[in-house]
Design a binder for this molecule. Structure first.
Ligand SMILES: [Mg+2]
Length: 367
């Protein structure tokens, strides 16, 4: 085999998977999730990455990103990352193009690890063997039985000692139900598991502070996007007035976004999504930026792609074991991980350790 093969192409496709029940949070509702898959090939080896975004991401990979990386040395992922950033200057790179870049960048990292016969987290330089996860779902559309089945399943069934639910229903207009559901959740998970909440930017700052005061006895330890993640002054105001750690960052798609967020004193923990932020290449830079601001970083979604970067990030806190993505990744990939006990152990197989279940995917293909 060629010891220094060139990237041949980025193959891409999009798959739309219906949810298993209606889902919603404080500011959005959905009944399906679209996964855009990228497969990067070189020297007879294929790496895979993906993002959760519109099928248009797939077109962007084919039209802009694949030509930009073709012929580059597959071992030089940094060169490909730079080529993709330059090729999307006019797209522009922040926003949806970064989702497409993320899928491609992760596929290229996986390809390199497979070419070198190394597990991806070892190629990146692992600092830990286990990556802590928290169960994530608890949608505002769920009734009490659905909430109990899901949160109870994580905490009592799988021994995951952290669970996150959605609050801020209907843009923060259902405060009474939010409070009732948080009380239900604490009853379901018991006194020892950590209870996290995510308002997806649905509240005003004062409203978020008032609501946390009402549920103080529930010992909520993570309050995600109490206000819009673009409202850094509001995040800081909430952070100063509630006991829970305030977190945000899931929509960030470039390093400058995270600089603004990290230096604003607005957060207790920064979130980044390896399938949105620019892939593993950008994740590592964001994590370094956070570390310089004395912040830990938490992984948002796409758990089977994030786990490798997380294992190689010193200031990493935990990874989101998100209901929709866990379901889709288990459906589409062989080699998925077991979160029993509250942590994932990254695969010791070459690359990300996953294989595409082609037969299971075709019925969902949309592009
Ligand atoms: Mg969130």
């Amino acid at each position: 085999m060629d010891a220094d093969p060139a990237v041949e192409e980025l193959k891409t496709a999009a798959y739309k998977v219906p949810t298993d029940a209606p889902e919603g949070d404080g500011t959005f509702a959905w009944d399906s999730t679209t996964l855009v898959l990228v497969q990067a090939s070189a020297g007879g080896v294929t790496g895979l990455g993906w993002t959760y975004g519109p099928a248009a991401c797939s077109a962007l990979v084919g039209e802009v990103l694949s030509p930009a990386v073709q012929g580059l040395p597959a071992l030089d992922v940094g060169r490909a990352a730079q080529a993709m950033a330059q090729a999307t200057r006019n797209t522009p790179r922040p926003g949806m193009a970064a989702y497409a870049i993320s899928a491609a960048d992760c596929a290229l990292w996986d390809l390199k690890a497979r070419l070198l016969h190394l597990p991806l987290h070892r190629l990146l330089g692992a600092v830990r063997d286990e990556v802590a996860v928290y169960g994530s779902g608890g949608f505002t559309t769920y009734n009490e039985a659905q909430l109990a089945g899901q949160l109870g399943g994580w905490v009592h069934g799988q021994g995951i000692p952290r669970a996150k639910m959605k609050i801020g229903e209907s843009f923060g207009t259902e405060e009474g139900r939010d409070v009732e559901r948080m009380r239900q959740a604490r009853d379901i998970i018991g006194p020892n598991a950590a209870l996290f909440v995510d308002a997806n930017g649905a509240y005003t700052a004062k409203q978020a502070i008032r609501i946390m005061a009402k549920v103080r006895e529930l010992d909520i330890s993570w309050f995600e996007e109490p206000v819009s993640s673009d409202n850094l002054a509001g995040l800081r105001e909430v952070r100063e007035r509630v006991d829970a750690d305030v977190a945000a960052g899931e929509y960030g798609t470039d390093l400058a976004y995270y600089r603004r967020m990290c230096v604003a004193d607005a957060l207790d923990c920064v979130q980044a999504d390896v399938s949105r932020c620019g892939g593993i290449s950008e994740w590592l830079r964001i994590a370094a930026l956070a570390a310089a601001c004395n912040l830990e970083i938490s992984g948002h979604c796409a758990p089977h792609m994030t786990v490798h970067a997380a294992a190689a990030t010193p200031n990493f806190r935990h990874l989101e074991w998100f209901h929709d993505h866990v379901r889709i990744e288990n459906l589409f990939f062989e080699g998925c991980l077991d979160p029993h006990g509250g942590a994932l152990r990254p695969s010791t197989e070459p690359g990300n350790g996953l294989a595409v279940r082609t037969g299971a995917m075709e019925e969902y293909r949309v592009a």
